[in-house]
Design a protein around this ligand. Structure first.
Ligand code: ADP
Ligand code: MG
Length: 357
């Protein structure tokens, strides 16, 4: 059902996205590293899960953001190893050893050697598993920019392990998704001379919001599925308000279904959006309290540097150009804003509306 608010897990459940899904599957097959990027709620996790479900080898799904949130400000090597092990042993809800039982692993004569394996031990194990079973192993990290909190060196140790796997463990490959696209690129450092992954070849798949036509078609199909008659006019108005981000369209459809009427469905959607975005802003504010102020300024249409600076200074005192430049750059890297012709804009129109209050 299209309006089911959980991430989709199979191709049949998804609207459109054939091209992206096939590109990810090709990436998994042909590249040691595949990146799946796009803004929040555009459908990355759904695509990743659907791809892992169809993948012919062994697919393992890890949510880096969840692993990070479960810890206290970082991801420890033992927690990551434990998480991998848990999934490998088949107790994970998703991405466990598909199509291959623990008995068969044991039959293949391999076991986790150490009592307290490191992530590297697990990678070695998985590579061997791949070799013995003839199934390539894909390790997929959702919201992988959070892996920069692995260990104490900005995730460098883990990157070194992944670089080692890239060069020496032919039965492994990796997928990384990221809503904070710039942060993900920074973390992986494929263009960064000092990064362990410098210069490696990878596949990148970008997930974009739906076009206006597709967004309308999405809503039409969703309403048809649940047998509700909604006028073309309302469908058009919904897309005007919400744009083409599937997460918001699903929320709207779901609300319409519950409330049976346009205005309260829209209201419900924005209320839900407000809750979600507030949480994300809280997380941002932990990094710097000025992020929210900048976003507010941009949302109100203060699109130029000097306007933003004036607003920040009026609200919270002096800020240097260098500091403001860093904060704006970070907001770009985190997928909140974009810069065009020296003007800043909020990327997601729903986020913009909420920020305007
Ligand atoms: N192609 C699609 N068809 C139907 N629903 C989708 C599609 N893409 C995303 N969704 C829905 O949108 C919401 C956000 O999707 P999700 O995969 O969690 O996005 P992301 O991981 O990019 O934040 C979920 O409710 C999901 O079910
Ligand atoms: Mg996701």
């Amino acid at each position: 059902m299209l309006f089911d608010p959980r991430p989709k897990e199979r191709r049949e459940e998804m609207f459109d996205r054939e091209k992206e899904l096939n590109a990810i599957l090709r990436g998994m097959r042909d590249y040691p590293i595949t990146l799946l990027i796009g803004i929040r709620r555009v459908g990355k996790s759904s695509l990743l899960k659907a791809a892992l479900n169809e993948y012919q080898g062994i697919g393992l799904y890890l949510d880096a953001r969840r692993i990070y949130a479960a810890g206290s400000g970082n991801i420890s090597p033992s927690v990551l190893a434990g998480e991998l092990q848990r999934i490998v042993l088949g107790r994970g809800r998703f991405g466990f050893l598909r199509g291959i039982s623990v008995e068969r692993i044991n039959l293949a004569g391999i076991q986790f050697k150490p009592k307290n394996p490191t992530p590297m031990d697990v990678l070695e194990f998985l590579n061997e598993l791949g070799e013995r079973t003839g199934k390539k192993v894909v390790i997929a990290f959702d919201e992988a920019q959070y892996l920069r909190f692995y260990g104490s060196k900005g995730g460098k140790d883990l990157l070194a392990g992944i670089a080692y796997a890239y060069d020496s463990l032919p039965n492994l490959s990796f997928v990384f998704t990221g809503s904070e696209v710039g942060l993900l690129h920074d973390f992986l450092g494929i263009e960064d001379y000092s990064s362990p992954l410098y210069g490696r070849i990878y596949e990148e798949v970008e997930v974009k919001p739906f076009s206006r036509e597709l967004s309308e078609a999405f809503l039409r199909q969703g309403f048809e599925e649940i047998g509700i008659d909604v006028s073309e006019d309302e469908i058009k108005r919904a897309v005007n308000e919400l744009d083409g981000i599937p997460g918001w369209l699903v929320e709207f459809g779901f609300n319409y279904w519950k409330k049976g009427e346009f205005e309260s469905a829209l209201e419900g959607t924005l209320a839900k959006a407000r809750t979600m975005i507030k949480e994300e802003l809280l997380e941002l504010e932990k990094r710097s309290p000025r992020y929210s102020l900048i976003l507010q300024a941009v949302a109100m249409g203060l699109s130029r540097w000097s306007m933003i600076r004036n607003y920040i200074e009026a609200k919270s005192g002096p800020i240097t150009n260098a500091r403001l430049a860093t904060l704006l750059k970070n907001l770009e890297k985190m997928g909140w804003i974009k810069k065009e012709n020296d003007e800043y804009r909020i990327i997601d129109p729903v986020v913009e509306k909420i920020l305007r209050g």
